[in-house]
Design a protein around this ligand. Structure first.
Ligand code: CAA
Length: 378
């Protein structure tokens, strides 16, 4: 695939226009205040960007994974905090319900996610289950008509705002991943509460928190897929989530490159623009090469995931390359800006902080390498 179709180009243009006009202008202020961008999220819902895979008859846009990647990169180019809200809503909350839900579950839960009426989140990580996701300690106890959940999750993106939370809990902690079940939890249910809200290095406008489950009743109709199949739901969902973080990383990286080029053409040293100095030219060339390579991997992963194949290694390759590229480009852009890049007056300072999480969440770079190596070595 070397060129986008006309339809994909139109989606990219629409997202670019929207993001530059409506998302970018408030990004610096939101970074400072940490305010959740409720107005922008509502507009994303109206555009169909919160339910990109959800069929149109359920209120979504009914588009493919590549369309999602193209739109998400544009939103993240403007503000990566807004981008991760969109990414979690589509990839981590909506997708597992679409892929594993019954018709009744899809009809009930996907429309409010697609329209943005309710924010979605994905609750897998626990204090002692981060990279080792199979070590789930949150308990699911079977009771009449459903299950009782007890435990705590942490680092949950969209958690403070979420109305719908795809939650993983274990029927039998001793059997590790083989006891895990996935549940659709309505956060208005008694026994659910938002715990500690994290103060973070970057992505200030996206909420991240602890979630606490205390004797929370979930009806059996809200079990997603089958009992003890939750780990497969979690992992298949993360494959797609990693494509979303790759797209987010591309948006950050491209913004770094564009800002660095503009500045290098303007800033003079030793009697000429620094863009004419080879030291700067090589940085620009390396940034562009890495971005374009990561973008091709991301588009391929999106296409493969869209075919319905398991594409874990390809998703991990895209995420690894794109997230490391975002950090590389943020570092080099700041270097090109010199001391100005260290100042909060310049956008590269925010990009540098926002880029940092991309090699950590939805699987660290080390976990992506583990997935790729296992698939390569067998
Ligand atoms: N799709 C479907 N099934 C999968 C799968 C996939 N991608 N990956 C694994 N599985 C299945 C396996 O086939 C296996 O099934 P069986 O029991 O039937 O054999 C089962 O799951 C267990 O697989 P592994 O033996 O590979 O499991 P493991 O314990 O070695 O763990 C891991 C594998 C890749 C390390 C996994 O634990 C992992 O991805 N860890 C990282 C977790 C992560 O990314 N967390 C991010 C949290 S979410 C987040 O950040 C969201 C946010 O808020 C933005």
């Amino acid at each position: 695939m070397f060129a986008l179709s006309e339809e994909h180009r139109q989606i990219q243009d629409l997202a670019r226009e929207f993001a530059r006009e409506h998302v970018a202008p408030g990004a610096a202020a939101r970074d400072k205040s940490g305010a959740f961008p409720a107005d922008v999220v509502q507009q994303l819902g109206e555009l169909g960007f919160l339910g990109m895979f959800v069929p149109q008859d359920l209120g979504g846009a009914g588009l493919d994974v590549l369309s999602y990647v193209l739109a998400l990169e544009e939103v993240c180019y403007a503000d990566a905090s807004v981008g991760v809200i969109m990414s979690v809503q589509n990839s981590l909350a909506g997708w597992p319900i679409l892929a594993f839900g019954t018709d009744e579950q899809k009809a009930k839960w996907l429309t409010p996610l697609a329209t943005g009426e309710r924010i979605g989140c994905y609750a897998l990580t626990e204090p002692m289950a981060g990279s080792d996701a199979g070590a789930q300690q949150t308990r699911a106890t079977p009771v009449d008509g459903g299950y009782r959940l007890d435990g705590a999750k942490m680092w949950i993106t969209n958690g403070p705002q979420a109305g719908i939370c795809v939650t993983y809990a274990n029927l039998d902690v001793a059997s590790r991943h083989k006891g895990v079940c996935a549940f659709i939890v309505d956060t208005t249910t008694p026994g659910f509460r938002v715990g500690k809200i994290e103060e973070k290095l970057g992505l200030h406008a996206s909420g991240t928190c602890e979630l606490v489950y205390e004797n929370l009743f979930v009806p059996k109709e809200q079990l997603l897929h089958a009992e003890r199949q939750g780990f497969q739901v979690a992992m298949a969902t993360l494959d797609g989530g990693r494509i979303g973080i790759a797209a987010q990383s591309l948006g950050i990286a491209q913004r770094c490159l564009d800002l660095a080029v503009a500045y290098a053409k303007e800033r003079k040293a030793f009697g000429k623009a620094i863009a004419e100095q080879q030291a700067i030219q090589w940085k620009i060339a390396d940034m562009r090469c890495r971005i374009e390579a990561a973008r091709l991997l991301t588009w391929r992963a999106a296409w493969l995931k869209g075919q319905g194949d398991r594409a874990s290694a390809e998703c991990s390759m895209a995420k690894l390359m794109a997230s490391e590229t975002a950090n590389f480009c943020a570092y080099e852009a700041l270097q090109i800006f010199g001391g100005y890049g260290f100042s909060k007056e310049y956008e590269v300072e925010r990009l540098y902080r926002d880029a940092r999480i991309t090699t950590l969440y939805e699987g660290t770079s080390e976990i992506q390498r583990l997935v790729i190596a296992r698939s390569t070595i067998g």
